[in-house]
Ligand binder design. Structure first.
Ligand code: SAH
Length: 347
């Protein structure tokens, strides 16, 4: 029986070197293969021209190279590009390129589907099928970078982990991908330009705080009132707001990096003065800023974007308390590419 071949991109550089030395070849062959895999994006062993034929067949015997493929590309009227990405085992995830005048941002997925249950998010309606591997996350960034060069004549400037899935429920692979994205032998991107958005998995936030994280943290808060937050995101019953706050303080102590709270304001749900007061009070306890996100409809009548008056009540109160606040306009809505709309709809 043929033995199962391993995904070669699951190996570290050291493991690749070791593979060659254990087959009586020099260790630097591992470096050459590593470069082919990560810098040059090789899709097969045949093209690794600085390797002998016998080394190429050796690799062929033990390994496969998985790669992603763009299954469908949609362009929005506002320039946003949404990709349906096919993984080697047939699953689909979505990745988005969001261009502005000065930036090109990649929004990438970390899981196929999602295990959380945020009522307002279309991805939550899909079951979590599996975690993405580091190379599958990395490859999305490489693909979006290529599209940015092709369509907008500039490389990617920013990466946000705000696509499908909860990155901290797949944190090992997410961190491994970020290592490659920031490493000089990968894409060499600055950690300041990478944001991981989480629904607030407190234990993992603490754990990562100690690992010199190479990204900024955004937390989908939506409400600083326990009961309201629990109703919107039922899983948060296991992650109470006070524990979240402690974890975020710990994050700040370790990283000195401010937290961004993401808040969507909905009519009749969190648009009252009490909601604003609770948010201001919460924010004051940890160095943070607020990003008010426009709601993107997902076909559920109970959620309606709050009025501009409610939004400006939020911004005024936050500013009055010297908490910086931005309002994020939604992009790519016409092609279901906006926050919370990624749900493989056309498949
Ligand atoms: N699981 C992670 C990352 C994915 S969601 C997280 O929850 O942070 C990225 C952002 O989009 C989150 O802030 C999320 O709360 C928000 N979001 C989800 N559904 C949305 C919707 N329908 N409209 C606007 N934002 C939404």
């Amino acid at each position: 029986m043929e033995k199962a071949r391993r995904d070669i991109r699951a190996l570290s550089l050291d493991e690749l070197r070791h593979f060659f030395t254990s087959h009586s070849a020099p260790a630097f062959k591992g470096d050459q293969v590593y470069e082919w895999l990560w810098r040059k994006g090789a899709h097969n062993f045949l093209g690794m021209t600085n390797l002998s034929k016998s080394h190429r067949s050796l690799l062929e015997e033990y390994f496969v190279i998985h790669h992603i493929a763009v299954d469908q590309l949609q362009r929005s009227d506002d320039g946003t590009i949404k990709n349906a990405i096919r993984l080697h085992d047939g699953y689909l995830v979505e990745s988005v390129l969001i261009p502005t005048d000065t930036r090109s941002t990649a929004c990438v997925s970390s899981q196929v589907g999602c295990s959380l249950d945020c009522h307002f998010c279309a991805t939550a309606k899909l079951k979590r099928m599996r975690n993405l591997n580091p190379d599958e996350i990395y490859d999305q960034v490489v693909e979006i970078d290529k599209q940015s060069q092709l369509y907008y004549n500039r490389p990617l400037t920013n990466i946000v982990f705000m696509g499908m899935g909860e990155p901290l429920m797949n944190y090992k692979n997410t961190l491994a991908a970020i290592d490659k994205i920031t490493s000089p032998d990968g894409l060499g991107m600055s950690p300041k330009r990478i944001t991981v958005s989480t629904s607030g998995i407190t234990k993992i936030i603490r754990e990562i705080s100690e690992q010199n994280p190479k990204f900024k943290l955004a937390v989908s808060l939506h409400s600083a009132i326990e009961e309201t937050r629990n109703r919107l995101m039922p899983f948060t019953k296991s992650f109470p707001l006070d524990q979240l706050l402690e974890a975020l303080k710990y994050w700040y102590d370790k990283t000195k990096s401010k937290i961004t709270f993401e808040v969507v304001v909905w009519k009749g749900i969190n648009d009252k003065q009490a909601d604003i007061d609770a948010l201001v009070f919460y924010c004051k306890q940890v160095p943070s800023k607020v990003n008010l996100i426009e709601y993107n409809a997902i076909g559920d009548d109970q959620f309606v974007q709050a009025t501009p008056m409610a939004i400006s009540a939020y911004t005024t109160a936050l500013k009055d308390n010297r908490i910086s606040v931005t309002v994020r306009r939604s992009r790519g809505k016409d092609i279901d590419a906006a926050c919370g709309q990624l749900a493989n709809k056309n498949h």
